[in-house]
Design a protein around this ligand. Sequence first.
Ligand code: KG4
Ligand code: ZN
Length: 370
Amino acid sequence: MAANHIYVLGLETSCDETAASIVEMPVENGAASGAGRILANQILSQIDTHAPYGGVVPELAARAHLSHLDRLIAAAFDEANMGLSDMDAIAATAGPGLIGGVLVGLTTGKALALAAQKPFIGINHLEGHALSARLTENIDFPYLLLLVSGGHCQLLSVAALGDYTLLGQTRDDAVGEAYDKAAKLMSLGYPGGPEIERRARDGNRTAHKLPRPLLNDNPTDEDGLPTHCDFSFSGLKTALRQTAEKAAPLDEAKVADLAASFEAAIGDCLTTQSRRAMQLFRHQSHKQVGGQGTLNFVLAGGVAANHYLRARLGATARDEDFNLFVPPPGLCTDNAAMIARAGAERFAAGQINAAPMAIAARARWPLNDL
Ligand code: KG4
Ligand code: ZN
């Protein structure tokens, strides 16, 4: 059967980006048959709104989503040269996220779907990230996923659409949160990730000896496989604060060395635990398919936009005989294309909630609960 195409409008309002996107996805036998195309990708960052506070203020975020979402949806239809009646379905983030913002996108999506009599699909934001690499690359399931964002740091085995198994996760701060806090304590502004990355380029990665929590804690089971691939970043943040206080007053060169040393520690944590997860994933894959060969490793989430970390994780993937896939930086950070794509995949598979208007906004919603 030749592929036909479906068109989905996606809305994203769970944090500090207001976004609307339209994607086209080729479908064959009830599943995606390739990357497809992003026909519109409208994103409005609220960074300027929140920057004076050094972090996202939920109430301000919700109000900004409400003010701008309608205009962004209209701009998305313009950009794609399409209208609501051309859509096969409407998808919006239903959680996890800041509840006021989630409500704005979810309610808008439901209203559009009701008005146009189209199916509505409530999407888990993390599933959007988990599938984001499929927007631009032809990657089949299963794959190993490292999801690194402002709210999450997890290693997951993605067996199929909707089938996610947690292999490891942070026991305290998310990795993006660690970047943001590190930037704040060096007065570098919000969001911290891009700024630390920029400063670290001029720094010495071995200038300061910062801790690598949980790396020496590596128990194995009777098969010699790691029993956890967890992360912990709160101790690293405290150590960075103490080191920065000792080095004060900070000048450009000192900030660069601190940023570079911090990033090196994060890189060691992410690569070491990803390597352990690759060993677990390889073992599980062998059990399932009984074959050798190259497996797939996918990065997603805002922190995956970081070039230094992409390079480090790429080297680990090569060592362990995994192919690395990373979305372009603009699809790593929050966007609505990934929400539209997740909606398209679920629509194609017939995985749609029977009572879509009853879908509630959720502040917490683990991916392995789907
Ligand atoms: O995925 P995302 O846009 O939003 C969430 O779902 O959380 O991720 C935002 C996080 C922020 O903590 C930000 O500092 C971090 O991603 N981030 C980066 C970079 N760009 C964004 N962290 C490190 N390096 C970057 N280049
Ligand atoms: Zn996100």
